[in-house]
Ligand binder design. Structure first.
Ligand SMILES: Cc1cc2nc3c(=O)[nH]c(=O)nc-3n(C[C@H](O)[C@H](O)[C@H](O)COP(=O)(O)O)c2cc1C
Length: 175
């Protein structure tokens, strides 16, 4: 698929077929993702691939809003940044985006579920965080900071591509 078609077609998918995503396919997606640009070529992004249903169920409880569907996905990739660089968030965001685009090309659906800076409970913004919850049971090295979890799988939903909008107010031209 051409990049243009991938960009036009991609939508977030939150319902997947139960069939697993082959490990070799996930490996090839991560190899592509590891080519992402990074500040000073620090390559600070790290990945933890989770397919175990019990662990996915625990990840789904990291927030009480917007993450519950992770309990039923075939695969989730925790995208984290090594704190060797102050730009780990930026680097990891680029990596997660490239992972989503590579997944789309491979016929998979994906959805970004946010972790960094989010409380576990919406009503308690200063309470326990999603990151603290993940650290309770995932073997995340101390220097890895999770940015988001990317759900991956064969889509059971096919959301319509975004319609072309007049977004001209989002662009300033200095001719
Ligand atoms: C930074 C970021 C955080 C997001 N967090 C969540 C999330 O926590 N839960 C979720 O279901 N979707 C999440 N999404 C997916 C967005 O809801 C989705 O990209 C947006 O609604 C646009 O829809 P589309 O991806 O289908 O174009 C997130 C996306 C981004 C880029």
């Amino acid at each position: 698929m051409e990049l243009t078609d991938i960009l036009k077609k991609r939508r977030s998918v939150r319902r997947f077929e139960s069939r697993p995503v082959p490990r070799e396919l996930i490996e090839s997606l991560l190899r592509l993702t590891l080519t992402a640009p990074s500040s000073k070529n620090t390559r600070s992004t790290r990945f933890m691939v989770v397919g175990d249903p019990e662990t996915l169920g625990r990840i789904a409880r990291m927030r009480d809003f917007g993450s519950a569907f992770l309990a039923d996905v075939p695969c989730a990739v925790v995208v984290a940044g090594d704190n060797q660089t102050d730009l780990w968030v930026d680097n990891a965001a680029i990596s997660a985006t490239i992972l989503q685009l590579a997944a789309e090309e491979a016929g998979l659906g994906s959805c970004w579920v946010h972790v960094n800076g989010r409380p576990q409970r919406r009503e308690e913004p200063d309470g326990p965080t999603a990151t603290e919850h993940l650290r309770e049971f995932l073997p995340l090295p101390a220097e890895w900071n999770p940015l988001c979890v990317v759900a991956l799988g064969y889509p059971a939903d096919s959301p319509k591509p975004h319609s072309e909008k007049d977004d001209s107010d989002k662009i300033i031209w200095l001719d």
